[in-house]
Design a protein around this ligand. Structure first.
Ligand code: CP
Length: 341
């Protein structure tokens, strides 16, 4: 069990025990930033998920909060809309006793033309320890991380990565399915533009799951087969046939169809997409009994997922959101305590 209390040094401890050196032990979090899941060792993912268990236990207490991160300042900086990620990071930080400042690009000096780098340096200068950031451009979080001593958590950058979503998805799957080694996880939808699909692929590969990516050929990246990890420990299949994909699945995750993609000619029509790729009860009959249905949200009910599936017995969509708080508490806790070493 992971203790959520900070390891406060005692007066009798020698100096070198109070400030341990950076270690390569993957069961100790030493990362300054969390930019994606592709560089995380499976032991680091396990550490996040174990810590999230401890945080979930905190949330179940009558008060539901602790003062572990008192004195830590968390800033959320969102250049794109968000409900789940932003709210859950704010709740997570407050549940750990941190100070939280929420900035939206629209209401900040970004609107006056301030660059991302200047904005990040300004946020550091006012005392931020951890910066949670969402940006429409892939690579923005990595750029920010290179220009600040604050820890940067990527809350979604363009079509590149959404690591905390993948970690909360993995956490939710493990709570229901247990060990994911050899389990079949299907991700269906707009894989090409999905940061959730990418970050989930790496995390699921590390957990040994068999991943199947499914969607229309125009929404499957041609480069997918050459990605490192395509033939990873758990394997990865790519198919345009949802019936084939769902057969024997333990988890089916639908992704939001971004309606704007139609304007780019990537979908013949929404009606055709629904006909071939909507996750329906009929299609789920080919999955394993008890298969989970997931969606990172926001959902287009009646498009990528049938309403009765979205709210049916197999659906853990609301639980994903709830688990997002515990997982984000775990990430903030691990990053803040790493900064104190
Ligand atoms: N899943 C997700 O990132 O949702 P939000 O856009 O509401 O944060």
């Amino acid at each position: 069990m992971v203790s959520i209390e900070p390891a406060a040094p005692t007066a009798t401890e020698p100096e070198e025990q109070q400030t341990p050196a950076v270690t390569e032990d993957p069961t100790v979090w030493v990362r300054k930033d969390l930019l994606d899941t592709d560089t995380l060792a499976s032991e680091e993912i396990d550490l996040v998920l174990e810590t999230a268990d401890a945080m979930a236990e905190v949330r179940e207490r009558p008060v539901g909060r602790v003062a572990t991160l008192r004195g830590t300042t968390v800033v959320t900086l969102f250049y794109e809309n968000s409900t789940r990620t932003r709210a859950s990071f704010e709740i997570a930080a407050k549940a750990l006793g941190a100070d939280v400042i929420n900035l939206a690009a629209a209401g900040s000096s970004v609107g006056k033309g301030e660059s991302l780098i200047d904005t990040v340096r300004t946020i550091e200068a006012v005392g931020a320890d951890i910066l949670v950031m969402r940006h429409p451009n892939s690579g923005a979080a990595a750029l920010a991380a290179r220009h600040t001593e604050a820890s940067v958590v990527n809350g979604g950058d363009g079509s590149h990565a959404h690591p905390t979503q993948a970690l909360l998805d993995l956490y939710t799957m493990r709570r229901h399915v247990g060990d994911l080694a050899g389990r079949k996880v299907v991700i269906v939808g707009d894989i090409l533009h999905s940061r959730v699909a990418r970050s989930n692929l790496w995390a699921l590969q590390a957990a040994g799951a068999q991943v199947t990516l499914c969607g229309p050929a125009t929404l499957l990246p041609q480069s997918l087969r050459s990605l490192p990890g395509y033939e990873g420990p758990g394997g990865c299949e790519v198919t345009t046939d949802l019936g084939e994909a769902v057969t024997g699945a333990d988890v089916v995750m639908a992704l939001r169809i971004q309606r704007e993609r139609q304007d780019h000619g990537l979908l013949p029509s929404l009606r055709e997409y629904i006909r071939q790729y909507q996750v329906t009860e009929e299609r789920l009959a080919r999955a394993n009994p008890g298969a989970l249905v997931m969606h990172p949200g926001p959902m287009n009910e009646g498009v990528e997922i049938a309403p009765e599936v979205a709210h049916g017995l197999r659906s853990v969509v609301e639980e994903q959101v709830t688990n997002g708080v515990a997982v984000r508490m775990a990430i903030l806790y691990l990053m803040a305590t790493a900064r104190r070493r």
